[in-house]
Structures are given as C-alpha cells and as structure tokens.
Design a protein around this ligand. Structure first.
Ligand code: SER
Length: 583
C-alpha cells in the first residue's frame, strides 16, 4: 500500500477523533502568543497555557497536525531523518488520560491502523533521577501490550525527559517508540537505541511534574499527555523507504534539483537534502508573512535561503531558488497560505537570491584569502564577512569547518555588539532556543499589551486601530498597530497615563469562554478566525479592554506596577510600533 502524507494525517486525526479528541487548528509557524520563541517547534506550543492548567475551549482531549520549524538540529540536516520544516501529528490529554491511555492508544494506532507488526517496535522509558523515579509503570504497560522486555530500554534525562516548555512549567518523562526500518532483515531481539536502523517515530511525553522557579520538580495537579509523531519519517517507514527524501514530501524537489544541476541525488545526497529541506522551510516561513531580514524570524529565513544558495553553488546551480520552490506548492496543495501567496513567495526568494548573489562571489574569495594558511578566523574577519558580504556567522563557521579552521565566535559577538546592527540575543540566539516561557515577566507584559492597545484606541479616538504584531520578552513589550502617522509626545503621555490609571484601579482580569459570535457581539477585539470551532476565550479588564486571546494573563492589573513607553517608531507603511516596559 502506498502511504501518502494526506492519508497518514487523515488516519491519525480520525483515529483520535474516534477516541473523543477534538481537532485543534494547524496554526501559523510564528507563534501568536508566545514571544519567547521564533517559531512553533512542536504541536504543543499553542497549548502552553492549557498545559499549565487553563481550561481549553475544546475540552481535555485534543489532536492535530501541526507544521513546525525546528532549527536546533540544523546541522543534522543532510542525514536521512532531520528536517528544519516538518509536520507533527500530536494528541493531547489536558488532565484526562495518562500513561495507560496514551500508551495503549499509541500502540493500537501503530499496530491496528498502520498495521505495523509489534515485532518491529521497541520503546525507551525514563531511567529515573533524583527528581523523578524510574518509569517502571510505562514499561509495564508496554509489556502488557506484548512488547518484550528486551525491546525496552531505560534512558537518562537527556533522552527521556521532556520539558519544561520554558524555565518553569509542566514536564515529565517520555516514552519513545522506535521502528526497525530494514525491510529484509528481521529486527534483532535486543533493542539498541544507538543502532540507526531503529528510527524514532513517536514521542509520548507524560507530564506529571511542574518545574518551579528554584529548579525543584513538584508533582503537578494536572497530569498531561503531549505526543508528537513526525509525518515524513512515518511515511518513509510505512513505504519501506530508507530515506525521508525519497518520500513524496521531498522527492519532487530532489528531482528538480537533479534536473537543474544535471547531477545525481545518489552522488550528492548531503547538498541536495539541505537544499530540499531549506527551500521547503523558506517557502512555509514566507507564507506566514515573514520576509528575509537581519532580525528574528526574518534572519532565520535569510540564513536558510543563503545556506541553500551556497550548497547550490557546490552543485553548480545559480538563480534557482524559485524554480526548486515550485514542487513545494504541489506537495502541500492543502495549505491555502501557500497557494494564496505563491507569487509573492517566489518573488521574495528571487529578491533574496539576487541580493546575495551580488556579494557571494566576492565574499567567497575574501573568505579564501582570509583563511589561507590560518588556524583561526578572527571575530573581526567573521564580522567583515557578515557585514560586507552578508555571510551569516554560521555560514562562515561551516566554510571554516570544511578547511579545519576555527572561528573566534566570542570576538565576533563583541564586534557585533559594538556595531549594534542587530541584537544577537534576539535573533541568532533564539535560532537555537527551546520552547515557550510563561514567566511572570512575560505574563505581566502580555496583560499590559492589552491595556496599551485599548488605551491607543481611546486616546487616538480611532476604533479601527488593530494589532498588527506583538513581541514580548520578560523585559519589554513591543506592539505593532495600524495607524498612519507618528504619535505626538502629548498623545504618548496620555496613552501611558491611561494604562497606569487602569493599573492603579486594581482591575480584575477576567477570562470567559464563549462562542465567537458572542465574543463579537460583546465587542471583543482580536483575531476572528474560526479557530477552535468557534469557541474562544476572551480576556476583559472591566469595560476598558476586551480581547480574544489564549493568554496567559495576570489576575489583577495592580500586579503590573507602573507602565512606561520607551519608544514609538514606524514599523512599516501604515503600522506604528511601541516598545514599553513595567517598572
Ligand atoms: N513536545 C514533544 C516533542 O516535541 C512531543 O510532541 O517531542
């Protein structure tokens, strides 16, 4: 049987729906309410507030297929199973079923619905440490289902403990499911998790702890399940393919690269995999309204595009990005954001390629000059390559590695700070960052953002002002809103004062759940998309602010202290940007 991605996704969603799960949407790659990460790295990202205990409008059992970007493993891209863009199937229990339910359903889906013989499966469980005991319970459940004990290995925290999402929050041991991928060789009786023929296909995280501020792990009130199954890997194994790039999710892109370069995949695997992976990620990122730039998501995008262009050079191809992007639109014809924005996506790719082409050649010859007969490239030199030739630091490091040379990254950072062109912590740092942080600081600033937006509408007497973007770190908020001119000093002062009046009034922040219709009727602002089948949560601060929002928020405005606007500037045409802090 030929397993397509659509078929696997459908089967998965149907299976969990038949077990009373409700489907949550496949949301934008850029998290709406989680400013601590640049991209969704897992299906659970949109669920952080609900994993922390807030009731979800759709109930306690959820399922979805989520597009993800994970750049942490970017250096692994080039092997058979690592990707920066992938689709993740996931099911969640928010305080409902736990280990038994999760493991039994995973097993049933794999063996009955996907018809994988249990003889080809093996699992890992948590070995235990001083915070959390060895997970014998999960192992017993696997044994009760017919997984023999030789196929269960116990691994330490690095492998089998997931989370918390941020510094603090829900976390717990995980049990991971592996598949023996060699078609003609029977799976060995004993499971060796280091043997690459065992491919991890599904991760069941059993969240029974909350990590507190001081670093201690407490048993949580609500036990959650968070699972994730990689679509590309799973269809590869179901179709008996040894390499994800041979599945329908990559093959058309690889074929296009072969055609353009006149070279064979079998002889150029690494470069072609990197190009195919990065172009797909770039197309999806642009489709979610990101353009190449020197900051945040835009910088990640720039690096992906520039990296793939460089690998294209190795294959002897130039001016090719929009051509190899074409197949991505056909593979993912079920993503409307791709189809709708196709023209603009291809233009963005071409523009970035043109820009980079202007300096790439010169940059490469500069690099060769700099690196000749050297053991190390100085930070100053790496910075020159960055600033004058558009070489992302990682690209210089990668080029240097090929010649066995080091790059002084620390000095690069110093140079970087000196020039203050962009904040490395805000962009490059986050390129590798982990998951969401619902820290006190960000939660407070989240509520302050609602107050600020409401105050802007009132002071500027303009009800059509809408939020165009928000980015919150534990230190500051940044709100982009629609407005066509610079605000005056007086206006800014009035806005700031109005926010502070709400803080001083010690208003309760109330969360209500209602239908989208009701929310509209009550005058709530926010994104009125049909998320959650029309059920939404609305946060109100008396009759001052009412917004559809997933949270999290503080409970009373008095917790905010004092609000201060630090800067007002233009963000883009018709959009202003305010940065503010709480003191
Ligand atoms: N959050 C877990 C993971 O990323 C399960 O999806 O692996």
């Amino acid at each position: 049987m030929n397993w397509t991605r659509k078929k696997l996704i459908k089967k998965y969603l149907e299976f969990f729906k038949s077990k009373s799960h409700k489907e949550i949407p496949n949301v934008s790659l850029v998290p709406e309410n989680d400013p601590t990460v640049l991209f969704n790295t897992a299906g659970m990202q949109q669920l952080v507030p609900f994993l922390l205990g807030q009731p979800h409008p759709l109930g306690k059992k959820l399922v979805n297929n989520q597009k993800c970007i994970r750049t942490k493993d970017i250096e692994e891209v080039g092997d058979t199973t690592h990707h920066t863009f992938f689709e993740m199937l996931g099911n969640w229990s928010l305080g409902d079923y736990f280990k038994k339910g999760a493991i039994e359903m995973s097993f049933e889906f794999l063996t009955k619905n996907l018809k994988i013989p249990k003889e080809r499966l093996a699992v890992t469980c948590f070995k235990g440490n001083r915070n959390s005991p060895r997970d014998e319970e999960s192992a017993k459940i696997w044994i009760s289902l017919g997984i023999i004990k030789e196929r269960i290995v116990f691994l330490p925290k690095e492998d089998n403990f997931w989370g918390p999402a941020g510094q603090t929050g829900p976390c717990g041991p995980s049990t991971e499911i592996f598949y023996w991928k060699l078609k003609d060789v029977p799976a060995p009786k004993e499971f060796d998790s280091d043997d690459e023929n065992w491919v991890e296909i599904w991760n069941d995280v059993l969240m029974e702890y909350v990590k507190e501020n001081k670093g201690n792990y407490n048993l949580s009130k609500q036990k959650n399940v968070d699972t994730g199954m990689g679509v590309e890997r799973t269809i590869a194994i179901l179709n008996g393919l040894e390499d994800d790039y041979l599945t329908e999710t990559f093959k058309p892109i690889i074929e296009k690269i072969e055609k353009l370069s006149g070279k064979k995949y079998s002889e150029n695997k690494k470069a072609m995999r990197i190009i195919a992976d990065h172009i797909k990620a770039a197309v999806f990122i642009i489709a979610d309204s990101v353009s190449p730039s020197n900051a945040e998501q835009g910088y990640v995008l720039r690096r992906l595009i520039r990296r793939l262009i460089r690998y294209g050079r190795e294959l002897g191809i130039q001016n090719f990005t929009s051509k190899i992007a074409e197949p991505v639109f056909s593979i993912y014809d079920d993503y409307s954001e791709l189809q709708k924005n196709k023209k603009q996506i291809l233009q963005e790719l071409e523009k970035e390629e043109e820009n980079f082409n202007l300096t790439l050649e010169k940059g490469l010859s500069k690099f060769n000059k700099i690196s000749r007969n050297k053991k190390e490239i100085s930070g100053e030199e790496a910075f020159l390559l960055y600033q004058s030739y558009g070489f992302p630091l990682e690209m210089t490091i990668e080029l240097a590695k090929e010649k066995n040379i080091k790059v002084d990254e620390k000095e690069f950072e110093k140079e970087f700070k000196k020039h203050q062109k962009l904040s490395r912590t805000a962009s490059v740092g986050k390129f590798k960052s982990g998951l969401a942080d619902s820290s006190e600081g960000t939660t407070k600033l989240h509520t302050a953002t609602h107050l600020l937006l409401a105050a802007l509408k009132k002071v500027l007497k303009n009800d059509s002002i809408i939020q165009k973007g928000s980015n919150i770190t534990p230190e500051r908020l940044r709100l982009d809103f629609s407005f066509s001119r610079k605000l005056t000093k007086e206006e800014l002062k009035k806005v700031e004062d109005l926010v502070n009046v709400q803080i001083q009034k010690s208003c309760k922040v109330v969360r209500e759940e209602m239908s989208l219709e009701q929310a509209k009727k009550k005058g709530a602002i926010g994104i009125f998309d049909e998320k959650y089948n029309g059920r939404v949560s609305v946060y109100s601060v008396e009759d001052f602010s009412k917004e559809i929002c997933a949270g999290p928020h503080i409970q009373n405005t008095k917790e905010l202290g004092k609000f201060k606007i630090k800067k007002e500037s233009s963000s883009s045409a018709g959009v202003r940007r305010i940065k503010g802090i709480l003191i």
